[in-house]
Design a protein around this ligand. Sequence first.
Ligand code: AHG
Ligand code: MN
Ligand code: MN
Length: 318
Amino acid sequence: MYKPVTTLTDFVLEEERKSKDATGDFTMLITHIENAVKIIASHVRMSGLVDIMGATGNKNAFGEDVQKLDEFANKLLVDNLRKSGHVYAVISEEMEKPAYAKEGQRGAYIVYIDPLDGSSNIDTNCPTGTIFSIYKTDGDNLLQKGSRQVAAGYAIYGSSVMLVYSAGNGVNGFTLDPNIGSFLLSHPDIKIPQKMKSYSINEAYESLYDEGLKSYLAYVRQTGGYTSRYVGSGVADAHRTLVKGGIFLYPANKKHKEGKLRLMLEVNPLAYLAEQAGGVAVSLNKTSPLTIMPTKIHQRAPFVMGSHEEVDLFLKYA
Ligand code: AHG
Ligand code: MN
Ligand code: MN
C-alpha cells in the first residue's frame, strides 16, 4: 500500500522555501552534513570488523584520548564542509583552531561540530553521535550567543541511525532507511513529555558536587518513583530525554569547575533542541545557556536539560 514519505531533503527544502530570502544554500549545507553523517554511520557500524576500532594512542589538544573514529569523523566533516562553498569556518571539538574555508569558497554559515560524541563508548557498542550547530557568518566573529543559532541537530548512531534537527520551527527526527540510504521523517514535531521521573547524571562524582545538587539527588532517590539512566554518551542521554522526558545533567563539579561539556559544541545545540521541543535547558545562574556570551570557542559550561517539571524540581534545590 502506498504511503507518502518525507525525506530530510524534502523537509529542509520545504522549510527553506517558507523564508523570503531562501537561496537553497541552507538546504545544501544540511545535505553536506547528512552525507558525512551517512559515511560516519557506516564506519561506526563496521568498527568491530575493520582495523579502525580503538584508540590511536594520541591525545588531542586538550589532553583527551583520540579515538580513530574521532579522527576520521573530524577530517571527513571538516574537509567536506570547508569545500562545500557554504561555510565561512568550521569549528570542531577535535581541533584547537577554527578551519576557515579558502578565499573564494567562503559561504554564509559558521558550523560548530562535535564529530563523534561519546566516542569512548565505541568499543562497547553503545550509541555515539555527531552534534552540529549552525550560525550565520558575522564578519570575522565566530563567537555568538546560542540564541543566534539558525539550526542545530545531531545524528545518533544507535539501534538505528537518526538525524534530529531544528531550524527554529520545532524538532523533527529522521531515521535512516538502510535499504534506500535516505533519512525519512519518522518522529515529526518531537515534544518533551512535561514530566517523567527519570534522572541522568554521573553519580560517581557525587562527592564533588555542591550541596544543592547533593540534596536534589537525595530527594530523587528517597522519594521513590524515580529511575536513573546514564549512558555517558551525551547524544544518547539527550536523545532519550527529548523523546521520553526526564532530566539530563552534566553540572560543574570540584574537578571540572566549568563543567565538562563544551558550550558551543555540545551545550548550545542540545539546549536549542530542548527548548524547541518544549522543554527547558539551564546553565550558569540557572538561566538558559543560549543567553551566555561566549569568550572562547572551546569554552565549557554546566548543562541541565529536560522536562519542565523535572528541571523546575532540580532548580528548587540548586
Ligand atoms: P566526547 O566523546 O565528544 O569527548 O564527549 C564525551 C562527553 C559526553 O558525550 C558525555 O555526556 C560526557 O562526556 C560523559 O562524561 P563522564 O564520563 O564524565 O560522565
Ligand atoms: Mn562530545
Ligand atoms: Mn567528540
